[in-house]
Design a binder for this molecule. Structure first.
Ligand SMILES: Cc1ncc(COP(=O)(O)O)c(C=O)c1O
Length: 412
């Protein structure tokens, strides 16, 4: 075989596959017939202007070379994140040497996973979650085992802390020669539910008490929140932050998805140094532009304007969420979400076959969603749900909802 033998077993990302199929289809269609693409986890209505316009080096007479940044990001970016970014939002300060600038949250998760996962280790995930990084690890040749926690739609697929603790603790004792790596989220994609700070603290305390449990806490949605912010950093909810990584990015709140502006935080020096090597040999250098962006968003002088920008975004998203809930509700379709803050509506599909539902909608309603099966590694719940991106203009969302309504009424 000419290609790396693992690759043929890996399928192209389901979300990308649908999004790209729709994009190709749309190229051939007149504007009014194009499929409305609500597949991608992108914030189409956020405003990066207040951030980007403050990047001085873009607006000089002559733009200086964009050099490679140091492997961990520029010192000034790391320092300003540590001193200010989480302080401004949550009153929490970090130390500079806990902070690594990364290529998005995905870069941070990759570095964290890459730093710790050994062949035979066990990765534990929630039943419906962001599973992309597991495939990255397989691409990197790691042969891990997988365990999936259980939780159903009544808890928006977030397992209770007591159950998680018992599950991880038992697993850790039975496999004391292995590492147990729990990847989880703080604000969940796709359900729009948040774990509470107190529940996160309980999990962090279990990690403190154990030798071989490692927590990778993905907090990429912490500012996309309608019901009030809560400190998302597990590193700070633990005694010493041993065996804990937090992974963040500015992709979602400031609509900077394509610029890859992320950060990895860990107080654990050994894990930090290991993650730095993964980063060094995966991306050559973090993006210098991203480092400048972290400086801008961490500058106390800019905070008021940025806070207003995020509040405006959350207001629009909440309106879109409520509109979607109301319109789909009339058709008997529930959104499985407490609506705490989200770019998505995770909907219960009418026929219990989300892949077919998604295909039918693309063909007949010209609206593209993602089947819930794209968010699970072991098929159980995904077929009953689909994810719809609602972070689009109200007009686009309205049009999409009308098309879905028309299609469903024709069906019944
Ligand atoms: C839960 C979660 N984590 C991480 C990412 C990737 O974020 P980034 O673009 O910052 O790499 C996404 C993207 O959709 C996500 O939903």
């Amino acid at each position: 075989m000419r290609v790396y033998s693992v690759l043929p077993q890996i399928r192209y990302s389901k979300i990308r596959e649908i999004a790209e199929k729709v994009a190709m289809k749309n190229r051939l269609l007149p504007p009014e017939e194009r499929v409305i693409n609500l597949t991608m986890g992108q914030n189409f209505i956020g405003d990066p202007t207040p951030v980007i316009k403050k990047i001085g080096l873009l607006f000089g007479e002559k733009i200086p070379p964009f050099l490679y940044a140091p492997s961990l990001g520029t010192f000034s970016a790391r320092e300003s994140v540590a001193n200010n970014f989480y302080y401004l939002w949550y009153g929490a300060r970090l130390e500079t040497d806990w902070v690594m600038i990364t290529d998005g949250a995905m870069g941070a998760i990759r570095n964290a996973m890459g730093a710790v996962v050994e062949d035979g280790d066990i990765i534990v995930v929630d039943p419906i979650t962001f599973i992309y990084s597991l495939t990255t690890l397989r691409i990197y040749g790691r042969k891990f085992k997988l365990e999936v926690l259980d939780a159903d739609e009544d808890t928006y697929f977030i397992p209770s802390p007591d159950y998680i603790i018992e599950f991880l603790d038992t697993l850790s004792q039975k496999n004391s020669d292995k590492k147990i790596i729990y990847y989880t989220q703080f604000g969940f994609n796709p359900s729009g539910a948040f774990r509470s700070k107190s529940d996160l603290k309980k999990i962090a305390e279990l990690v403190d008490d154990s030798k071989n449990i490692i927590l990778i806490n993905d907090i990429v949605y912490h500012l996309i929140r309608f019901d009030g912010l809560e400190l998302p950093l597990a590193s700070l909810l633990s005694d010493e932050g041993r065996n804990i990584f937090d992974c963040d990015a500015l992709s979602k709140p400031f609509s900077l998805m394509g610029l890859r502006v992320g950060v990895l935080i860990t107080r654990d020096k050994e894990l930090f140094d290991a993650a730095a090597k993964i980063q060094q040999y995966s991306i050559v250098s973090p993006n210098t532009f991203a480092c400048e962006i972290w400086n801008v968003v961490s500058d106390p002088e800019n905070f008021r304007e940025l806070k207003e920008t995020v509040e405006r975004l959350n207001k629009k998203l909440k309106e879109n969420f409520e509109m979607t809930r109301k319109n789909l509700g009339k058709l008997g379709i529930d959104i499985v979400s407490p609506g705490q803050g989200t770019l998505y509506a995770f909907i219960k599909v009418p026929n219990g076959d989300s892949e077919k539902f998604v295909d039918d909608l693309i063909e007949h309603a010209r609206v593209a969603l993602v089947p819930g099966t794209a968010f699970e590694v072991v098929p159980k719940y995904g077929r009953y749900y689909a994810r719809m991106t609602i972070s689009v203009t109200k007009k686009q969302l309205q049009e999409a909802l009308e098309r879905i309504e028309k299609f469903l009424r024709q069906q019944s």
